[in-house]
Every structure is written in structure tokens, then in C-alpha cells.
Design a binder for this molecule. Structure first.
Ligand code: BG6
Length: 483
């Protein structure tokens, strides 16, 4: 393992941040002209979310943004990553622009800038206008590409004078695989690989064309996509497990990152998909567009939560419709895989969270090293954090486990900087507590506790600083030296 007798520490202008997503915090789901999103609809299907939770009210950021941003300022946050709700801006997806929606994000951006907090805007964090699902099945149709670019352009024109950092897509690998393979996200399709790869290709084109559009309007803007990166370890030294790792990397990691960084799909992955009849249909000129955008991106966005162990999976082995742990009862998740290629057993060398997510701080350094070797791009860690049960007692939340988790990851990130990786930002997930898509409100991630639970009418929505709040404040003021 490379080691350095002296650490150079984090770069001087490092962006210490925190992140969120519109659906998970805003609430006000029908206020001021907002249209329905696919998630507004999906959560209403019985059994889809933990105890039927919705983002109808969420943590009501829509009405609490000033209070929340004041807390960010008190902490000294350098950047805040948040997403825009597409149906708040374009209630019908592609029709009239909703001025009240635009105004809301104007207010948020201006409030952040008032405190010198750099806004980092995610264009798409999974809440698509339901109208587009109704019109042409959303990502399944190529028509979404133009509608997405039109939406992105509305944002660029309105906010581009004040927003420098843009993230086109949040975890494209997650929303497409959960939407078309495991059925756990909208549109809830199961094992539909052909559609999965096609929808994903449309998302790639939407990403690429909006990158190009942004750079035309604002050449100095900084843009990338946020990828849910799970670096992989082969189960053991058996060659078939090493090959399973290579398959996993091509089909689960490089399949997205190569497109963002090189503008092409990994060759072996495409050969394989072709042989099964699953390869996406591409139009003449698509590759040129992907390549042009690849030449324009400024960073690789990484959402890092856990690493993967990869083992060969026989053709009759486990598939994608696995049981997830959405209750917080340790040990209830079942492993998942791609029959005939690989599966992902637990790593017995590492602890797990109550939701069975592997805790592997070194994995964040691994992500940075791999991206640096393969793409040599700057890196924005756009999410990293611990989902845990928190207890509010006498207005206090003691969360030493969260501090320990973040500390260990930041220590490894610092090593990545020493390794020469150009890490420019680190955003924890999340700032306030928020709705976890499938896990309700009991799986908490924030520095700020929000008083509410699964019951829509529960709690005061009052905000309370957890112990981790003061801790991260000193991390920021010492530029990562006091951990
Ligand atoms: C990422 C998403 O996948 O992980 C977030 O970008 C999400 O939106 C976060 O909330 C944590 O996942 P979960 O399932 O614990 O809420």
C-alpha cells in the first residue's frame, strides 16, 4: 500500500459539502403549480415503500430552506448539492414553464450565495414528471432526450449566471437498474434487460446533450455526472472469480463511467449484450455526441457507500429480484447477481450497517485511485454517509457512529489526495435528515435531526443539531486536519 511520510492534506480551496435530493426533502408536492412526478405516483402503490411513506411533506425544505441554509452557514459548509424537481419547473414535462417553481430555486440559490455557499445543482435526481411516463413511458422512449435537454436549458439560462457546478444525472446506474431490473423504483419493471439498456442509452444521450448545451452557454461551468460507484474485490484467487470481477467491472462500473469519460461503452460488455439481443439501439451520430460530451466533462461524480465482493454466479444462480433490507433488521438482505456471470456475497472482513450495507472506508480511496488511473479526471465525491437509527433525547442526538464512519472515510480520502488523485469536493449524505426512498424516515443520514417519523402527521419538523454537526464544523474549519 502506498504511504507517505508526510501528508499534503486537502487542497486549499477544497469544497466541503453536503447533499440532498428534491423529492427527499422538499415536500409541498402539489404547491405553487408543481406537477406530479413518477415518484409521487409510485409511492402510492401499496407495498412499494417502507410503511407506505411518501415525500408529500418530506422534511418540508420548501418552507424551511432559510432555516436550513442558515444552519449550513453556521457550520461553515462550502458547497451544498441539491437537486431540482423537474415537475416543479415543467409540470407537464415538456409544456409550459412554471415560474413559481423557477422562483423557488432562485430563492434557494440566492440564499446559499448570501452565505458564500457554492450551489452544486443536480439536474435529475430521479423525480421525472409523471406526464412523460403517461405520454411515452419516460426513459423508455427516445423522445425524453429532447425534453430533458429542454428542461436542462431552462435551468442553465435561469441559474447559469450564479451556478458553477452542475451534475446532470444522479446514479443513472441505480435508477435504471431499479426501474427495469429489480422493479424497486418506477416504472417497476422486472428483469427487462432489453428495455433497461435502451432506457440507459437515452439517459446517456440526455446527459451528453445537456453537457454540450451547458458548455455552449457557459464555457466556464463545471459539469459531470454522479455515479453510484461500488469498487469490486474478487472473492478469492480462483481465476473464474477474477473473471467474474472483470465482467462485473465492465457491466456494472465501466458501462457508465466509460461513457461519461470516453464516450463509448466497454467493448466486451457490448459484445456480450449484442450476443443476447440486449444491446441498445444507437442512432448514427450518437457516439460522436457521447464523445464530444466526454471531452467536455470536468469531473467524475462519485456516490460512495460500499464496495462489492464479486464471485462467479452459475447460470441458475441468483438474479436481480433479491430481497433488500428496508427495515433496518440486520441480516435480512439477500445477495443479488447476474445469472451466469457474477454475484455479490457479503465481505466477511468488513462490518455492515443495520441495513446490511458494507462499511469499507478504504473503498473510497479505491474509487479515487481507479478513476485517476483509468480516466485521470478530477473527482467530486457527491455522496457518502451512514444511514442509522438516531435517538432524540432532551433536544440532543449523540451519533458517535456517524462521526466514526465519516472520519474513517475522510482519512482515506486524504490518502487518495496524497496519492495524486484530484479530489475537489466531498459531500456527505445528507445535511438534514430526509426521506429514504425505500426505507422511510427511520434510516437517518443528516447532521440535523428533523422531528418526524413515518406517520405523515407526526412531529413538529423542528430541527436539532446532532453531535456530528459540531464535529463536521471543525473538520471544515481545519480543512480536514481535525478529525
Ligand atoms: C443514493 C441516492 O443512492 O443513496 C440517495 O442518491 C439515497 O438519494 C442514498 O438516499 C442513500 O440510500 P438509502 O436507500 O439509504 O436512502
Amino acid at each position: 500500500m502506498m504511504f507517505f511520510n508526510e501528508s499534503k492534506g486537502f487542497p486549499k480551496d477544497f469544497l466541503w459539502g453536503s447533499a440532498s435530493a428534491a423529492y427527499q426533502i422538499e415536500g409541498a408536492y402539489l404547491e405553487d403549480g408543481k406537477g406530479m412526478s413518477n415518484w409521487d405516483q409510485f409511492v402510492r402503490i401499496p407495498g412499494k415503500t417502507f410503511q407506505g411513506t411518501t415525500g408529500d411533506k418530506a422534511v418540508d425544505f420548501y418552507h424551511h430552506y432559510k432555516e436550513d441554509i442558515a444552519l449550513m452557514a453556521e457550520m461553515g459548509l462550502k458547497t451544498y448539492r441539491f437537486s431540482v424537481s423537474w415537475p416543479r419547473i415543467l409540470p407537464d414535462g415538456n409544456g409550459k414553464v412554471n415560474e413559481a417553481g423557477l422562483q423557488f430555486y432562485d430563492n434557494v440559490i440566492n440564499e446559499l450565495l448570501k452565505y458564500d455557499i457554492e450551489p452544486m445543482v443536480t439536474i435529475y435526481h430521479w423525480d421525472m414528471p409523471q406526464a412523460l411516463e403517461d405520454q411515452y413511458h419516460g426513459w423508455e422512449s427516445r423522445r425524453i432526450v429532447d425534453d430533458f435537454v429542454n428542461y436542462a436549458n431552462v435551468l442553465f439560462r435561469r441559474y447559469g449566471d450564479r451556478v458553477k457546478y452542475w451534475i446532470t444525472m444522479n446514479e443513472q446506474n441505480v435508477f435504471t437498474s431499479m426501474g427495469f431490473l429489480s422493479g424497486k423504483h418506477p416504472p417497476g419493471k422486472v428483469d427487462d434487460r432489453k428495455t433497461f439498456y435502451q432506457a440507459n442509452h437515452h439517459a446517456n444521450m440526455a446527459h451528453a446533450k445537456s453537457v454540450i448545451a451547458l458548455k455552449k452557454l457557459f464555457p466556464d461551468a463545471k459539469v459531470g455526472a454522479s455515479f453510484a460507484y461500488s469498487p469490486s474485490y474478487a472473492y478469492d484467487r480462483k481465476p473464474e472469480n477474477a473473471m467474474a470481477k472483470a465482467d462485473f467491472d465492465d457491466l456494472e462500473n465501466y458501462f457508465w463511467m466509460d461513457v461519461y469519460a470516453y464516450g463509448r461503452y466497454p467493448r466486451s460488455a457490448m459484445q456480450f449484450l449484442d450476443s443476447r439481443g440486449w444491446a441498445p439501439e444507437m442512432k448514427a451520430g450518437d457516439e460522436a455526441v457521447l464523445k464530444e460530451a466526454a471531452g467536455l466533462i470536468d469531473f467524475m461524480g462519485v456516490n460512495y457507500y460500499q464496495s462489492s465482493v464479486v464471485e462467479y454466479n452459475p447460470p441458475d444462480g441468483v438474479g436481480t429480484t433479491y430481497a433488500m433490507n428496508n427495515t433496518g433488521k440486520k441480516g435480512t438482505a439477500k445477495i443479488q447477481g447476474f445469472p451466469g456471470l457474477y454475484k455479490r456475497p457479503q465481505n466477511e472482513f468488513l462490518p455492515t450497517t443495520d441495513w446490511d450495507w458494507t462499511i469499507d472506508p478504504m473503498g473510497i480511496r479505491m474509487c479515487c485511485r481507479e478513476i485517476t488511473s483509468r480516466y485521470d479526471l478530477p473527482i467530486v465525491i457527491s455522496e457518502n454517509g451512514l444511514g442509522a437509527f438516531d435517538q432524540l433525547e432532551d433536544g440532543k442526538v449523540h451519533d458517535p457512529y456517524r462521526i466514526a464512519y465519516l472520519k474513517a472515510h475522510i482519512e482515506e480520502l486524504k490518502k487518495a489526495c496524497d496519492d495524486g488523485c484530484r479530489v475537489i469536493a466531498y459531500c456527505t449524505w445528507s445535511y438534514t435528515d430526509l426521506l429514504s426512498w425505500l426505507n422511510g424516515y427511520q434510516k437517518r443520514y443528516g447532521f440535523i435531526y428533523v422531528d418526524r417519523d413515518e406517520d405523515e402527521n407526526s412531529g413538529t419538523l423542528n430541527r436539532y443539531k446532532k453531535d456530528s454537526f459540531e464535529w463536521y464544523k471543525q473538520v471544515i474549519s481545519s480543512n480536514g486536519e481535525k478529525l
